[in-house]
Design a protein around this ligand. Structure first.
Ligand code: P6P
Length: 342
């Protein structure tokens, strides 16, 4: 009798999420559906980001296009897509977004029994769109504390990053990828436009222990802490034993710099500067989700002294210095921060 072997040329994000659902004994599919909702919004945003270069034909953002339709700024559009997807998916109670000063309560009949809150930077680095540089979405998911009832408040978001149940990013680049973790490793999915599905392309991602790339905006050198200045000089010194000097790579788009370092190894640093004494990046929807991913991939993330995931949030949009990437590179930077900038 002919036995057909299952033709498994690819695993879609949806199939993968369902297959991994057993990782969560308590989950009855809610987190799976929440991740699915984010994947759907990412596809919609990807479609518009890919058209951004046609602004002249489609009409500049913020004006009307040839059909007389209002062209939304892409980061506003992305914010709306993710919030709408989370609202209609029914698993999300509230959203803290880089685009909104206050938290957004999801009040819809389908969300009555929702258990999750989401922090999101819907389109980080959007200023790079005009020069066709990769940009990204970053998201972080928490399960609401069991003792919390009634309307969501900021208290539901003042949770350490170590308590995230999931985190991920989407990079809209030469290809579009969605990379996420639920605390059981990191997996990367590449969008196949021919079928409109994210397909597993980077299973069980691990960030190399050491790297040869350092990413930092050296234009701020004069305002860096001494420990950072010492680390930059360390990267530039000749030392065959540790493959130095390293190469400097700074795209100016966090998700693109982080993703490259995830694949090749490296360190990204946005320290305190004169203009930004607490650094530029936000704890809730940039540093925490990327720190969760970095640690799950064997890397490290700190504010130069303390583990990012242990930082107690005090406000929705608070900034934090970020040192993130290959374990040994972050450790070296922390060593110099302790010695020269404690
Ligand atoms: P700077 C983009 O605005 C962003 O938030 C990150 O994506 C990026 O890494 C950083 O700021 C770049 O900041 O000050 O170096 O231009």
């Amino acid at each position: 009798m002919l036995t057909l072997k299952p033709l498994r040329r690819f695993i879609t994000l949806g199939q993968f999420i369902i297959e991994r659902q057993t990782d969560f004994p308590y989950a009855k599919g809610e987190l799976s559906r929440l991740l699915r909702d984010i994947g759907i919004a990412a596809k919609l945003v990807n479609r518009e980001v890919n058209k951004a270069g046609l602004a002249d034909i489609l009409g500049d953002m913020g004006e009307t296009n040839v059909q007389g339709e209002d062209q939304k700024k892409l980061d506003v559009y992305a914010n709306e897509q993710f919030i709408n997807a989370l609202r209609s998916g029914g698993e999300c109670l509230a959203v803290a977004s880089e685009e909104n000063e206050d938290l957004i309560e999801i009040e819809s009949p389908v969300s009555q029994n929702a258990k999750y809150v989401v922090c999101i930077d819907p389109l980080d680095g959007s200023s790079n769109i005009d020069v066709n540089v990769s940009i990204g979405t970053i998201f972080s998911i928490y399960r609401r504390k069991n003792d919390r009832t009634g309307s969501t408040t900021i208290e539901d978001f003042m949770i350490k990053g170590s308590e995230q149940v999931a985190a991920g990013y989407v990079i809209y680049g030469s290809s579009t990828m969605l990379v996420y973790t639920t605390g059981k490793g990191v997996n990367g999915f590449t969008l196949d436009p021919s079928i409109g599905e994210f397909c597993l392309s980077h299973p069980d991602m691990k960030i190399p222990e050491e790297g040869l790339l350092y990413s930092i905006n050296e234009g701020n050198y004069m305002h860096f802490p001494n420990g950072v200045k010492k680390y930059i000089k360390y990267c530039q010194e000749e030392d065959k034993a540790t493959n130095r000097p390293y190469s400097s790579r700074y795209i100016g788009s966090l998700v693109a710099d982080f993703h490259r370092n995830m694949i090749k190894g490296g360190i990204y640093i946005y320290p305190s500067t004169g203009k930004s004494p607490n650094g530029k990046l936000r704890l809730l929807y940039e540093a925490n989700p990327l720190a969760f991913i970095a640690e799950q991939a064997g890397g490290k993330a700190s504010n130069g002294f303390d583990r990012i995931l242990d930082v107690q949030p005090e406000s929705l949009h608070q900034r934090v210095p970020l040192f993130i990437g290959s374990n040994k590179m972050v450790e070296k930077a922390e060593e110099l921060m302790r010695t020269f900038s404690a």
